[in-house]
Write a protein that binds this ligand. Sequence first.
Ligand SMILES: [Zn+2]
Length: 302
Amino acid sequence: MRLGQALASVALIGSLVACVEALAAQSPAGGAASAAVAPGDFALQGPLSQGGMVIGTAPAGTTVLTLDGAPIRLAPDGRFLIGFGRDHGPAALLVATRGDGTMVRDPLTIAPRQWHIEALPIPKGTTPTPEFLAKRKLELDQIAAARALLPESDGWRQRFAWPVIGRISGLFGSQRIYQGEKGSFHSGLDIAQPTGTPVAAPADGVVILAADHPFSLEGNLLMIDHGMGLSSSFLHLSRIDVHVGDQVRQGQPIGLVGMTGRATGPHLHWSLRWRDERLDPLLLIGGPPPGQTLPVEGASGD
Ligand SMILES: [Zn+2]
């Protein structure tokens, strides 16, 4: 199954979920707090798929929500966000517990995807030097500290927009295999544009990291938190125009495309993360940018 078909089937799953929600809206609400959900039902919107993000509404009266046993935060209006990483298994379980102790269980089926895998007849690479490892540790510590900030934002509720429109030059999830040894999978989506092309915030959020010097791999790295544990990272920028703590609005210019760090040409690498799960920006937006098609080969990304 090619990615186009995978996306089509994911879109189908999305519409089935939407149908379930529509049915729930038509059924007698019986005084439920949320107009869209009958008591006892979850409403879910988004692809139940590897790399997919789903926004849900919990059954009326829910006080505690878990996904596979892990607590999930509920917004005051009963909405929540969950995501499924690139290698997520075929099943997940949502459980809502109401104030009166009754529970609603919703077993979810997570659709698998087919990833672009490229076998290369070359070794994985050289062993990193102690100097590199020491520098890298500082960078990873800075990224971990940014992720721990978890500021409040309602950006997660928005329909995400393209930060840059351009040719997709690297797909989420693709992976190179070096003489049988797996490299790490491509954690984001690459959009090719010349250095200096403006980058816009895909949704509202709060800046949690704005590198003041290029990181070894990411180059000039900008991270924006959209709330509920969802964040965007923008890599390889030639310039960053916002500061840590800034509240940014969807569409606001945040920096310029570049090729700082490890990059083979100027492009924006945009990655999305929910908690520790890497999500596919293409699934969140629902397809390639206007006028662009998806690459089938040679799209391993960097
Ligand atoms: Zn990339």
